[in-house]
Design a protein around this ligand. Structure first.
Ligand SMILES: [Zn+2]
Length: 150
């Protein structure tokens, strides 16, 4: 239906072009020329659109692959003869079947936070600074402790 409709529309446009350009080319020459040009333009446009869609799909697949590679993990099997390699996700029940011992295993992911910054107290002094001042002047330390109590 869409094809028939666009064919009719292309025909009407071609006839209109043929009529308006009949002084220069002759009616039928101009009509056929306009008809052919419309098909060439439509073909070029649709192939451009298809290649654009293909590029987008390829880009998306690359990004998904990059994301998946972030969760790549090597898990040595307790039997010692096999190492499972695949994607391991935090919020999924991950598992594998060992190729050597034929047992099924669940992979548990444990998360451990590691402190990377220097600890800072409420009045923006590092613990190291406070302990240095503590050894120099006892009264300042008392002020600090009073400050934290308030
Ligand atoms: Zn095994």
């Amino acid at each position: 239906m869409i094809f028939v409709r666009s064919f009719i529309i292309a025909g009407i446009i071609a006839i209109a072009f043929g009529y308006s350009l009949s002084k220069f080319f002759g009616f039928w020459e101009a009509t056929v020329l306009a008809f052919v040009i419309q098909f060439v333009v439509a073909f070029v446009y649709s192939s451009f659109k298809i290649s654009k869609t293909n590029n987008l799909t390829a880009d998306f697949e690359n990004e998904v692959e990059q994301l998946l590679s972030l969760s790549d993990a090597l898990v040595p099997c307790p039997c010692g003869n096999f190492t499972y390699s695949g994607n391991v996700f935090i919020n999924l029940e991950n598992g594998y079947t060992c190729e050597k011992c034929n047992n099924q295993f669940r992979i548990d992911v444990s998360l451990t936070p590691t402190l990377l910054t220097t600890p800072v107290n409420e009045v923006s002094h590092t613990f190291e600074e406070i302990s240095e001042e503590e050894t120099k002047d006892v009264s300042i330390t008392q002020q600090y402790t009073k400050g934290t109590e308030l």
